[in-house]
Design a protein around this ligand. Sequence first.
Ligand SMILES: [Zn+2]
Ligand SMILES: [Zn+2]
Length: 343
Amino acid sequence: MRTVLDPHLVDASGREPGLWVAVRDQRRALLFDLGELGALSPRTLLRSTHAFVTHPHMDHFAGFDHWLATALGRMPGMTVWGGPGFVDRVEHKLRAYTWNVVHRYTLPLVIEARSLEADGTRRGARFDSREAFARRDVPDEPARGDVLLEEPLLRVRARIVDHEMPVLACAIEETAQVRVAADRIAAMGLATGAWLQALKAAVLAGAPDDDTLDVRWRDAAGDHERRLRLGELRPLVLDTTPGRRIGYVTDLRFTEANLVQLDALLAGVDVLYIECVFADEDRELARRRNHLTARQAGSIGRRLGARQLQPFHFSPRYEGAEERLRQQALGAWQGAIEPDSPY
Ligand SMILES: [Zn+2]
Ligand SMILES: [Zn+2]
């Protein structure tokens, strides 16, 4: 079955961090990290509705200005998520500029900043161009699971890992899909309508056959309504497939505590994008700089049972030798190189 999410590294060479995920059929995208965004087309930036900034190191957040400059007067809104204290970071970014003309744009821009705090609380503020981006706090929301964004087609989850500072590790998950046989709908004397979504949701939720569903639709003859049992409707469903899951993991230490967080977020992930900042032979340096080696990245992919591994974020010290890091990561993931153990 076709997938809804189409992920791409922002920098195909793998040196700069950043991922963008196109949401097929919605003409929109999600951004993961706002580093060097020069490789993205203005069209992609203008279609991006949400960004998730793993942490406010420059190579992950300096591109906020680029996105904002592209968006001003051309986009109605953007939502930016980050880790602890992130709402203040966005405010500081916005306060660095003078906004004396921005209220004249015919299309105002509203920036929603959100943070996942260390205790799970979600903090938020709204910045509106009509008010020169003055900060308007929204009430805190108490901790509730790890889902940051939930929509009918997808959700984004995040957990905090340690990089000598808190960092968001992210999971981008497609909703499971239910395929329905159009000819069987007609054969039952029904027609498509919003009730199909309710049927799919009930099937995915494992609802019992005795549950009933109000099947409503409208055609040339007018409005129709029938109440049917889920058991009667179930033959309409051809099959269900789990949605594809993508992991975006960058800037973290190779500790057991971090791996436990990743287990909870990404076990069995389909595609794992993971930092490979240092080569295996520079393990000590990686430890001091709070990063992974390529072999450690591959070991994490193996531990999680990732079905595909996409190494990225190679240190510039390996310029021209990135292939060696890729081979170390893939070797550890496939088991050809002995996996490294966390410290
Ligand atoms: Zn980084
Ligand atoms: Zn960093």
